[in-house]
Design a protein around this ligand. Structure first.
Ligand code: UDP
Ligand code: MG
Length: 357
């Protein structure tokens, strides 16, 4: 075990990685000396992120770098890191340095003083984000808190400090559609807010375009609330009452013998009903789709390479798969080990994983 793990999901963050590594290392060292690890998870970036990670890992024995087999998305990349880390206390932080790693000291002090299991960062202000993003986040957190049964803190991201026992509970939750900040809130224990100012992105663009934001919001809503399903039955009830009125109106017209042109009202009913039905069907689809993907019970993440303490006993994981059998490079390496190819081959043998110091 290590005292502290810092877990960072990274997607196309090559401009940020070096500064991230430097700042996170300095902050951890100040408090923990050598007793920490930094787990960087490469979510199959298209830029030079992975190469950079490997270079850094070659120089820094405290670094564990994990390469996912394809883009899994922020929450699953984070899950992989959390599942593979070994710290007694775990700090979750984004790669873009919007959340200052230097806060680890004060956050830890608060955790110890108050005997809390989770210290979550709450953004008092956000710099350098578009008005749309701020408004969307603001509206989203408020809608979520109205719709869900769990008390998910407002304006808190994934930037947080978690104790090992709380993390173990989190890792015992096998759901595929993961909304980690909500899941942590659901766990319970003593959880305290830590207000801070959210900086601008250190470099690069946001890795959360609108599509990903919507999916994230839907995962949060469906994962923590069945209120949308109730919406369907409520709408159904309302419409049924409405149609009773319409029925009465029609009967009245019939009794009076008045000619009923009727086209407008007919169209209105057809259109409204059609729209509501489609909406409700879509809502149910969101839940059914998630049920389906959960029913398949696939691993949550697939690790292609891991450099650091990969196969050291104790680096257990429960939610994903870490490729450990022979890959394309290892075939060559096995040959070398058996002494078949090493004559005249001056390349150093490559290992899939280096032992952790
Ligand atoms: N990220 C990831 N996979 C993705 C998208 C994002 O691992 O598919 C990471 C990203 O590198 C960053 C974190 O998730 O460390 C949050 O993303 P970002 O900072 O772009 O989101 P924002 O702060 O704009 O909401
Ligand atoms: Mg960010």
């Amino acid at each position: 075990m290590t005292a502290l793990s810092i877990v960072v999901p990274c997607f196309n963050e090559q401009e940020c990685i070096r500064s991230l590594h430097a700042r996170v290392t300095a902050a951890a060292r100040e408090r923990f000396g050598d007793d920490y690890e930094v787990v960087l998870v490469n979510d199959s970036s298209k830029d030079g992120t992975w190469e950079l990670m490997r270079t850094l890992a070659a120089e820094d024995p405290r670094l564990v770098v994990v390469n996912l087999s394809r883009n899994h998305g922020h929450q699953l990349a984070l899950t992989a890191g959390l599942d593979l880390c070994r710290g007694d206390v775990v700090l979750i932080i984004d790669a873009d340095l919007q959340d200052p790693p230097e806060l680890i000291g004060p956050m830890l002090d608060l955790m110890r003083r108050e005997e809390a299991d989770v210290i979550y960062g709450v953004r008092t202000s956000r710099a350098g984000e578009t008005a749309f993003k701020r408004a969307a986040a603001h509206g989203f957190y408020r809608l979520l808190s109205r719709a869900t049964e769990v008390d998910i803190p407002l304006d808190a991201g994934d930037f947080r400090l978690i104790s090992r026992r709380a993390l173990n509970v989190l890792l015992a939750m096998p759901e595929q559609a993961r909304f980690i900040r909500g899941m942590v809130a659901w766990i319970g224990f003593r959880q305290l807010p830590f207000p801070y100012h959210r900086d601008e992105r250190f470099a690069g663009e946001t890795k959360y375009p609108l599509g990903k934001m919507i999916r994230f919001a839907l995962d949060a809503l469906t994962g923590f609330s069945s209120a949308p399903l109730k919406l369907a039955s409520q709408a159904g009830l309302l419409l049924s009452l409405g149609s009773l009125l319409i029925f009465a109106y029609i009967m009245l017209g019939w009794i009076r013998g008045g000619t009923v042109p009727g086209w407008t009202s007919l169209m209105l009913v057809v259109v409204v009903l059609g729209a509501v039905q489609m909406f409700v069907l879509g809502l149910m689809g969101e839940y059914i789709g998630r049920l389906y993907s959960q029913a398949k019970q696939r691993p949550l993440y697939i690790v292609q390479d891991i450099i650091g303490a990969a196969y050291e006993p104790g680096r257990e994981h429960r939610l994903g798969v870490v490729a450990s059998a022979v890959g394309p490079v290892a075939v060559e390496q096995e040959g070398q080990q058996r002494g078949q190819h090493d004559v005249g081959n001056d390349r150093p043998p490559r290992r899939l994983a280096e032992p952790f110091d």
